[in-house]
Design a protein around this ligand. Structure first.
Ligand code: ADP
Ligand code: MG
Length: 510
């Protein structure tokens, strides 16, 4: 075995009654490596790390730790070998404090008793490990009182308290906010520097390219792909996850041969912004956006995409340049100004943005238009509202198709659709979407892309800010390439090649 390999498996098979979850998986983890495992639901990811960490025993196959064949019959065996699992579902005891939970993990039941006897010592230990995962929380806090993000980090701290060499993280980022993911990734990077190895399970391909060194794809219990991250691309990884061609993953919008002559709905001339050190400054950004058109804005991280989106709705200080709506020069100093002009920006972190979760779908859709509806409200409130909500439920395919459904019970993707419905009902005609498919699962991505195509077909104008070149190529009429706050080019998307865009971005696509 090559040196530097801390863990290796050969031919791991796991049979459950009626299901073969793993069908002979060979896998290798190097020292100080973050090895991502991706795959669709049911691919066998959790089963695989549960086997490594002793939660399940394999039906067949071999595990090597270092040079030695290992027998992992239970969680204790795994811990002794330095392997631990940060579970998808939190498995720590919510009624015990953080410190007690750690003591429990490290010393077993003895730990709780020890905890009572040598409280100060254990509190100190817990605090030290909490600091390593950047938590300032009092170790006496009950675990149940923490947020999901903190609980996840406590699990990592627990793994450190066990002095684990191999940490398996099963979809740790799923319940986290963007900021919390950032903290977790920082912690993971520090652990890598210490020489620890991690298996990182996620269904968000973007995260693989942010943090991992290598990636393995599982599909239906079979390892179908392994590669260093630097030698593959998000599209290739997704192709292996789905096991089919990318066309199905990126529904291609049919672009009109010629634009029907109409004045631009939005014209931006030499827009220049000042971020005051909190982002990228835009320089001389100009473009036109026509009715029924999708303008893809492609740029890498730090290219100024978000700043552009915000500048269009008055959330970024504009120092010079002009914006015209339907040929008329306008001043946009706040999102409210923008909304009055029919322009809406939906940020990347838009989960539930602007929704009253306790209300029904129909109440939310009608909310901003209450003005218009109020006269009608007096006598035909319910019928009017229901019909408006039904219209949007149908055209945006909101599931379940029930106007009286409580918004908080909808899935994230469907909540997003309610946000859209509400804005469109209020008269928005220009949608500025910031990474609308980033960080959501594969199925939801396809649906959002179809939705964008459908909106353009209905005459809405879309500014699609994205770091996914294929997404821009399959949905846009034209593509604006943004590099360090400047327009590198606005390209017509008829016959445009992926390579041309990537070349302009100045490197690998993200
Ligand atoms: P993933 O984590 O990739 O979503 P899992 O490893 O959880 O996938 O599941 C792989 C397959 O094994 C699925 O078909 C799942 O239903 C099945 N499975 C997982 N755990 C069990 C179990 N304890 N008993 C029976 N079937 C299971
Ligand atoms: Mg799983």
């Amino acid at each position: 075995m090559s040196s530097g390999v801390v863990l290796r498996t050969r031919g791991i098979v796991k049979e459950f009654p009626g299901v073969v979850a793993l069908k002979g998986v060979d896998f290798e983890l190097k020292r100080a490596e973050i090895h991502a495992i991706v795959g669709q639901n049911g691919a066998g990811k959790s089963t695989f790390v549960k086997i490594l960490s002793g939660v399940y025993t394999p039906t067949r196959g071999e595990i090597y730790v270092g040079e030695r064949r290992a027998r992992i019959r239970n969680v204790r065996d795994a811990k002794r070998l330095g392997i631990t699992l940060v579970h998808q579902e939190a498995t720590l005891a919510p009624n015990l404090s953080i410190a007690e939970n750690m003591a429990l993990a490290v010393y077993g039941m003895r730990g709780v008793i020890l905890g009572r006897l040598r409280k100060a010592e254990l509190l100190d230990l817990a605090k030290r490990h909490l600091e390593r995962v950047k938590l300032r929380t009092d170790p006496r806090t009950k675990l149940g009182d923490l947020g999901v993000g903190e609980r996840q980090l406590v699990q990592v701290a627990r793994a450190l308290a066990e002095n684990a060499d191999v940490i398996c993280l099963d979809e740790p980022t799923s319940p986290l906010t963007t900021a919390e993911v950032g903290v977790l990734f920082e912690v993971m990077e520090e652990l890598r520097k210490e020489g620890r190895s991690m298996i990182f399970i996620t269904h968000r391909v973007e995260e693989v390219f942010r943090i991992a060194d290598r990636v393995t794809v599982l599909r239906d219990g079979i390892k179908v792909f392994t590669s260093p991250v630097s030698e593959t691309s998000p599209s290739e990884v997704v192709k292996h996850m789905l096991g089919r061609e990318l066309d199905e993953f990126y529904p291609r919008r049919k672009i009109a041969e010629e634009r029907t002559p109409a004045p631009p709905r939005l014209r931006v001339v030499s827009l220049t912004t000042a971020s005051e050190g909190k982002g990228v400054d835009l320089r001389d950004v100009s473009f036109d956006l026509y009715p029924g058109e999708v303008l893809g804005v492609v740029g890498l991280l730090g290219s100024g995409k978000t700043e552009l989106g915000k500048a269009l709705v008055g959330m970024q200080r504009v120092v010079s340049g002009e914006i015209y709506v339907d040929g008329r020069r306008v001043r946009i100093e706040s999102p409210a100004d923008a909304l009055r002009l029919g322009i809406l920006y939906i940020p990347e972190d838009r989960r539930q943005e602007g929704l009253v979760l306790q209300l029904t779908v129909s109440d939310n859709v009608i909310l901003p238009s209450v003005y218009r509806a109020s006269a009608l409200r007096l006598f035909r409130r319910t019928r009017y509202e229901r019909s408006v909500a039904e219209k949007w439920i149908e055209s945006l395919r909101i599931v379940p198709p029930r106007p009286d459904f409580k918004t908080s019970n909808l899935s994230g993707g469907n909540q997003q659709k309610v946000v859209l419905a509400k804005s469109l009902e209020a008269g928005v005609r220009v949608l500025v979407l910031d990474e609308p498919t980033f960080g959501i699962d594969v199925g939801a991505k396809v649906e959002i892309r179809r939705l964008i195509a459908g909106l353009a077909d209905q005459g809405y104008s879309v500014v699609l800010l994205t770091s996914d070149v294929d997404e821009a190529l399959t949905l846009s009429d034209r593509i604006l390439v943004l590099v360090s706050g400047r327009v590198a080019g606005v390209l017509d998307n008829r016959g445009l090649s992926r390579e041309r865009i990537i070349g302009m971005l100045g490197g690998r696509s993200g």
